[in-house]
Design a protein around this ligand. Structure first.
Ligand SMILES: [Zn+2]
Length: 95
């Protein structure tokens, strides 16, 4: 299976240039690995952190609607302070 860079959507030809970012879960399949060019890892990261947080929050809301209803930002900051900090930093830097 081709490794496609998450940042630029180009197939990564050189295995040494492919950095494994994370494994993306899928509702209807085994999931898939997400890759990026070595020089694009920093460009991908802020986006992916937010995406992963949102995915977890959506799951949490589905499982515990009364606990998380309406409190999305606090929920995120309490549970994933490190991730949120990185995400905020990325946004401020405009990356
Ligand atoms: Zn790339």
């Amino acid at each position: 299976m081709a490794r496609v860079c998450r940042h630029c959507d180009v197939v990564i030809a050189d295995p040494d240039d492919a950095v494994h970012m994370w494994r993306e879960e899928s509702m209807s399949g085994p999931g898939r690995d997400v890759w990026a060019h070595r020089e694009h890892v920093d460009l991908v990261e802020p986006d992916t952190v937010v995406t992963r947080i949102l995915a977890r929050v959506l799951v949490a809301k589905a499982l515990h609607p009364t606990e998380t209803g309406g409190g999305l930002p606090h929920e995120v900051r309490e549970r994933y302070p490190d991730c949120v900090g990185d995400a905020d930093q990325g946004v401020q830097q405009g990356r």
